[in-house]
Design a protein around this ligand. Structure first.
Ligand code: AMP
Length: 212
């Protein structure tokens, strides 16, 4: 099973991808997580990537495509994968098509999660993330712990790009550069749109019912 979870930042792609991974046993491939790991490593490349991600701008397609090419060639992707945060431009989607032909693989579904901009700003500005393992918490839903419940580490802090002004910029970037992909995948008969403004469990159940 090869899926894309599509939608603006903060619609719940990562949360839903982690849930599907646990049930279906296929890896979640989050380009945002891969970039944050590279940034955390303190490498020279990481410094360069940080200048894009902190401002809420997209990292150039060439860099992202190098990352995806390497990741999809890993053995754990042979039985399928969930793409979360990729593709984000038409050029990335076209390159993915070429890559899938090379891998003799096909996409099964593209699920769009839809949430209003105001709800996204509320969700993201109250999101906190474990700096050690990436576990996500949200003060709208729970009390933020001192130590990460997943890895026991921390600190648990706000992502630099989850400041309100940067969130609004990321939404603009989404509307300009990423939203055109809806038509791209609709034309290929792969797109299904779901209401993401529901509980995590409700969205998860609908997604699982569509995964055939
Ligand atoms: P995310 O965690 O998916 O919200 O991604 C965080 C940031 O990483 C984005 O705002 C971009 O700066 C960068 N990023 C993640 N995925 C991509 C991608 N497919 N193309 C370009 N930039 C990306």
């Amino acid at each position: 099973m090869r899926l894309i979870l599509f939608g603006a930042p903060g619609v719940g792609k990562g949360t839903q991808a982690r849930r599907i991974t646990q049930k279906a046993g296929i890896p979640q491939i989050s380009t945002g997580d891969i970039l944050r790991n590279q940034i955390r490593s303190g490498s020279e490349l990481g410094q360069k990537l940080k200048s894009y991600t902190d401002q809420g701008n997209l990292v150039p397609d060439g860099l992202i495509l190098d990352i995806i090419r390497l990741r999809l060639a890993q053995p754990d992707c042979e039985g399928g994968f969930i793409l979360d945060g990729f593709p984000r431009t038409v050029a990335q989607a076209e390159a993915l098509e070429v890559l899938l032909v090379e891998l003799k693989a096909q996409l099964d579904h593209v699920f769009e999660l839809k949430v209003s901009d105001d709800a996204i700003v509320r969700r993201l500005s109250s999101r906190r993330v474990c700096r050690s393992c990436g576990e996500v918490y949200n003060s709208l839903l729970e009390e933020i712990p001192e130590e990460c419940r997943h890895c026991g580490g921390g600190p648990i802090a706000q992502r630099p790009d989850d400041q309100e002004e940067t969130i609004r910029h990321r939404l603009e970037v989404f509307n300009q550069q990423t939203a055109p992909l809806l038509e791209f995948y609709d034309d290929r008969g792969l797109l299904r749109s779901l209401d993401g403004d529901r509980s995590v469990d409700e969205v998860h159940e609908e997604l699982m019912s569509l995964l055939v």
